[in-house]
Design a binder for this molecule. Structure first.
Ligand SMILES: [Zn+2]
Length: 493
């Protein structure tokens, strides 16, 4: 395939008119292709051609919960978004359609790769994970699907006020089956064998849910398995002050210090959120080569605080960007994330020479993401030898008129509305703003029906969550009043 006559974004943020030759999903040549022969041309005249963004943190299982919740911190929001009790099981078709809704939103807004940290209730199975994978396969999107795992009972993962939890609710929580570390690894193994490497764009990774949600043994088994099969691990780490407090309570040290002592940290690990890090935590992460994922809009919505990204970058830590799930953001538009990341850190200190801007945010959304999904040197930029994940923006649309600075306009001008064509692994998956491989209209219609049904089926789970709420709210208020060595809230009054 030849992508012809586009203004191709260069690593320095400028553009140059170039033709792109793609063979077997790889960019084999960049230049003037007037004498290149091929049957398959994409007319890119009047288009800005940029690498696809990489969304390194979301949860497709939340896709039916968009717009449902507000003004809840993570631990209270989890009670409803991830109910502990009476969660209705979704059918494979519901999972498929739900996942496809995310693919439609992401591909149409110029995101070509996603990390889907997948949960499923009341449990994960081959069939449920397979339904999500099938949606990624059919949509044309590139995915690293993370199989979540947790082997610990809820009230030992979060310091709630146990005296406020009724014996009836505690008994119900105790009666819920918890998969063992071995059972979770068996599922991961089956998923890996079936899906890892399919069409060069489906990947499988491990997802111990969070250090405090997993036994030390589960963390170690996960790290060993990942090393044995050359897979990546994602893990929620220090998203909230309550988690920072729980580290001191459960381990007598920070959660990152605990991970470091278990020899869990390595270049194949991405720490999701990484907000409540101490100076020593940052040193340990830098020494280990692990990445962090910065999910700013979700962190805003759940009032979690702000990750110290400028400090992480200054220490040489790889930082990538993510939207997080549909019930904590509630959008999957990576361009919103990139823009907000390029803005927020300017509010944290007045010395403007150290501010992050469009170039740094863009780098995190592309090359930072590539490293976090284990595709360093393969995606995230347009160059010979790279996999062809490209987004074409219509330069005849408002964000680009007049064209002054292509990169800064991509980042700051809501350019996702101008996406015209998307190519993943050398295949056109969006054309004229519509997905090419699926019928969007039918899927949206089905999503309306299935989504409404699922939300209404969740009412009993919400009712039980309201019963657990007081014990978690009291635990939350206690934890946020404690000293944990750092303060990652901004704009406190
Ligand atoms: Zn998450």
């Amino acid at each position: 395939m030849i992508v012809q006559g586009g203004q191709v974004l260069q690593p320095d943020g400028t553009t140059r008119e170039q033709d792109i030759r793609i063979e077997a999903g790889i960019i084999t040549e960049l230049g003037s292709g007037s004498d290149w022969e091929d049957d398959d041309f994409v007319d890119a005249r009047g288009r800005l051609v940029a690498p696809g963004l990489i969304n390194t943190h979301c949860h497709s299982n939340e896709n039916f919960f968009k717009g449902c919740f507000d003004n809840l911190p993570l631990e209270l929001w989890l009670l409803f978004s991830y109910p502990l009790l009476a969660t209705p099981r979704q059918t494979p078709r519901e999972i498929y359609v739900r996942t496809m809704l995310g693919c439609i939103e992401m591909l149409k807004s110029g995101c070509t790769t996603v990390v889907d940290f997948l949960y499923e209730f009341p449990d994960m199975t081959d069939e449920s994970v397979g339904a999500a994978m099938q949606a990624y396969l059919d949509s044309g999107m590139r995915v690293l699907l993370i199989v979540s795992a947790s082997d610990t009972v809820y009230y030992e993962t979060t310091p709630i006020a146990m005296e406020l939890l009724t014996p009836e609710l505690k008994a119900k929580i105790d009666a819920e089956p918890i998969p063992s570390a071995e059972e979770s690894l068996q599922l991961t193994d089956a998923v890996r064998r079936r899906w890892h490497g399919v069409e060069n764009r489906l990947m499988v990774g491990l997802g111990p849910s969070g250090p405090q949600r997993c036994s030390d043994r589960q963390l170690q088994l996960s790290a060993e398995y990942a090393a044995r099969h050359d897979l990546h691990l994602h893990i929620h780490t220090l998203e909230t002050k309550m988690q920072a407090y729980s580290g001191h309570l459960y381990y007598g040290k920070t959660i990152v210090e605990h991970l470091s002592e278990l020899h869990f940290l390595s270049p194949r690990v991405s720490l999701n959120h990484a907000i409540w890090l101490t100076e020593h935590d940052i040193e340990l992460i830098a020494a280990s080569g692990a990445s962090t994922t910065h999910n700013l809009l979700s962190n805003f919505k759940l009032g979690s605080g702000i990750s110290p990204v400028p400090e992480l970058l200054a220490r040489g830590i790889n930082v990538s960007l993510g939207t997080d799930g549909k019930s904590s953001n509630d959008s999957q538009d990576m361009y919103e994330v990139v823009k907000t990341v390029a803005l927020v850190h300017k509010t944290q200190q007045p010395e403007f020479t150290t501010w992050l801007g469009a170039a740094e945010a863009w780098r995190m959304g592309t090359l930072g993401g590539a490293k976090s999904v284990g595709m360093e040197g393969q995606v995230g930029t347009i160059a010979e030898g790279q996999r062809a994940d490209l987004v074409l923006f219509d330069l005849a649309t408002v964000p680009f008129i007049p064209l002054n600075n292509p990169l800064q306009q991509l980042v700051y001008c809501l350019s996702s509305r101008s996406v015209d064509t998307v190519v993943v692994e050398g295949q056109v998956v969006v054309k004229d703003g519509l997905l090419t491989r699926v019928n969007e209209r039918d899927l949206l219609q089905e999503g309306t029906e299935l989504g409404r049904s699922y939300v209404s089926r969740s009412e009993q789970a919400f009712e039980l969550a309201r019963g657990i709420f007081p014990s978690v709210a009291a635990g939350y208020r206690h934890a946020v009043g404690q000293e944990v060595g750092v303060d990652r809230f901004i704009g406190k009054r």
